[in-house]
Design a protein around this ligand. Structure first.
Ligand code: BTN
Length: 256
């Protein structure tokens, strides 16, 4: 593991790089246990067991094609202030801001943790908690040219979207100030709602109880919950978990 010479806006905490690891989520937990401060970051060149938000979804990141890192946030810091499930939303906003600002690509945030470009997933956020600390895992598809066929219809990369090679560490340097800005922003909700995928659209929403329901996506609450109006029921409703699985008009389903 080497320490990178990066001016880290998260309290000048160290930024580490490992060419290969199982998952940066595990590395970040080890660093926290060793007493490293809030804002410490561990980046991997390649993860052999990258984790997604769902147990059955691995995060696919071939060597040096994706940016994969985890940010440790201790609860006492402003960036870690959370009233529910807002950290992954605010982190997604930072990723979307960086992509919009530096690549001029239209970006959407699919609640709760996906950053989409042209309706395809370009980045995903995984937030894990331990008492007193949060681990914000961010994966960004930078250069994947050969996206596996099972992912091709719903995944993309900066290279596919722009035609340019984007070294993962270059994107990290662009992203870091945006991530710090979005995690510290008081106005994160209004900024996020402006980028919310399928806002004011009827979608098929898989509720936490596993039932699919047609709802109109309206926004997010201060707690980061999805705010919807059910098409056939009483509204509004809010959900702390669940997933937008498709569009009732086409019957098409997407994996997050
Ligand atoms: C998702 O889309 O379901 C979340 C994907 C999160 C992937 C990142 S890559 C860095 C960090 N380490 C992991 O094992 N997962 C997260």
């Amino acid at each position: 593991m080497q320490q990178l010479a990066v001016d880290n806006p998260f309290g000048h905490a160290p930024v580490f790089y490992k060419p290969e690891t199982d998952s940066t989520m595990n590395d970040a937990k080890n660093l926290a246990r060793q007493g490293y401060p809030s804002g410490t970051i561990i980046i991997a060149g390649h993860q052999t067991s990258g984790r997604g938000r769902f147990a059955d979804r691995r995060w696919y990141s071939p060597p040096e094609t994706s940016l994969a890192f985890t940010l440790l946030l201790r609860d006492e810091t402003v960036e870690a202030t959370d009233t529910g499930g807002t950290i992954s939303l605010r982190a997604g906003l930072g990723v979307a801001d960086a992509i919009r600002r530096h690549f001029e690509l239209p970006c959407h945030i699919k609640w709760p943790n996906d950053v989409l470009v042209e309706e395809r997933k370009l980045a995903g956020i995984l937030c894990e908690r331990r008492p007193g600390e949060s681990y914000v895992g961010i994966g960004v598809n930078c250069n994947d040219k050969r996206i596996p066929s099972e992912l091709r219809s719903h995944a993309t990369s900066l290279r596919r979207a722009t035609g340019r090679r984007v070294p993962p560490l270059d994107f990290f340097a662009l992203l870091l100030p945006h991530l710090h800005g979005s995690l510290s922003a008081k106005d994160w909700r209004v900024r996020l709602e402006a980028l919310l995928y399928q806002r004011d659209t009827t979608v098929l929403f898989r509720r936490p109880d596993g039932i699919d329901q047609e709802v109109v996506v309206k926004g997010v609450t201060e707690e980061g919950y999805l705010l919807v109006f059910p098409v056939d029921g009483e509204g509004p409703q809010t959900y702390a978990s669940g997933e937008i699985v498709g569009s009732p008009k086409t019957g098409r389903r997407r994996r997050g």
